[in-house]
Design a protein around this ligand. Structure first.
Ligand code: S3P
Length: 172
């Protein structure tokens, strides 16, 4: 219900490049809520970039940090939270989000994801081969998990403010 949703953190999930961070920041502004980006919190805590953490400690270690940060944020005052693309794929992290938050799956077509992720090459998972192929595989592997989110928003390649209003409509 609306009342139940309003005092829960709104958690954006979905693939790399879909716009979770940008949309999250603007959604938080529109709702006058705090905004937290999980990747950024992990980087702050580790004093390392996500790429460095993957390179030094591996993905499993990163997922542990991600789980810890999400667990902490789920216990805090309701804000808007942008997750990294793999957070909602981890069963424990997903359970936490579904239990304590309102999960919003931001979804868009592959071409847009490829275009957006190619602007900055900061994603360790896209470095091992052809980014378009890797993103296509991740979309295929992860969609069933993302589909467990409470709300599904299919975005287009247009301006993010449209996505923000559509999330607000969906939550109301
Ligand atoms: C990942 C997505 C990244 C970051 C890490 C792993 C993933 O976040 O957490 O590189 O597994 O999809 P963004 O979705 O913000 O790029």
């Amino acid at each position: 219900s609306l009342a139940a949703r309003l005092d829960r953190p709104i958690v954006l999930v979905g693939l790399m490049g879909v716009g979770k961070t940008t949309v999250g920041r603007r959604l938080a502004e529109a709702l006058k809520r705090s905004f937290v980006d999980v990747d950024h919190e992990i980087e702050r805590a580790a004093d390392r970039t996500v790429s460095e953490i993957f390179a030094t400690h591996g993905e499993a270690y990163f997922r542990e940090g991600e789980r810890r940060v999400v667990a902490r944020l789920m216990g805090e005052k309701a804000g808007v939270i942008a997750t990294g693309g793999g957070a909602f794929i981890d069963a424990d992290t997903r359970a936490l989000i579904l239990d304590k938050g309102v999960a919003v799956w931001l979804d868009c077509d592959l071409e847009t994801l490829v275009e957006r992720t190619s602007r900055r090459n900061t994603r360790p998972l896209l470095r091992g081969g052809d980014p378009a192929k890797i993103l296509a595989e991740l979309k295929e592997q992860r969609s069933d998990s993302y589909a467990q989110a409470h709300i599904h928003i299919v975005t287009d390649d247009g301006p993010h403010h449209r996505t923000v209003s559509r999330i607000i409509e969906a939550i109301d």
